[in-house]
Design a protein around this ligand. Structure first.
Ligand SMILES: [Zn+2]
Ligand SMILES: [Zn+2]
Length: 120
């Protein structure tokens, strides 16, 4: 499949910008079928707007790629394991209404699933 540079008119500021062959290939590799409808500077502006809104909410996103696989970094809280008493860290605030286990005990109680992560 061959790509050619393409002129697109930004729907926000009506500036025409180039959707380059390289970008088209990048989009296609990501499985994105839609062309960008905004110029890079409007896209940038929208992105920074959105992230400042999320920060106001006290909620931080790490991007789609980071949340795949459940490996999103989170704030850890120290807690004592309800089974062996060892200090451990859990990704939620321990509230006392449910037991906290260290990773060893947690795996004993609830064996990790062997399933592969779902595709995309
Ligand atoms: Zn624009
Ligand atoms: Zn334990």
């Amino acid at each position: 499949m061959a790509y050619a540079d393409k002129q697109i008119v930004c729907r926000d500021c009506s500036t025409s910008f180039t959707f380059t062959a390289g970008e088209q290939e990048f989009y296609a590799n990501k499985g994105l079928m839609n062309e960008p409808s905004r110029c890079p500077s409007c896209r940038q502006a929208r992105r920074s707007n959105r992230s400042s809104l999320e920060e106001m909410d006290g909620y931080v996103r790490y991007g789609n790629f980071a949340s795949f696989g459940g490996k999103t970094p989170r704030q850890m809280h120290p807690a004592a394991c309800a089974d062996c008493g060892q200090m451990t860290e859990v990704p939620f605030q321990p509230r006392g209404d449910r037991p906290v286990y260290c990773s060893t005990c947690y795996n004993k109680i609830r064996p990790p699933r062997q399933e592969a992560p779902p595709p995309r």
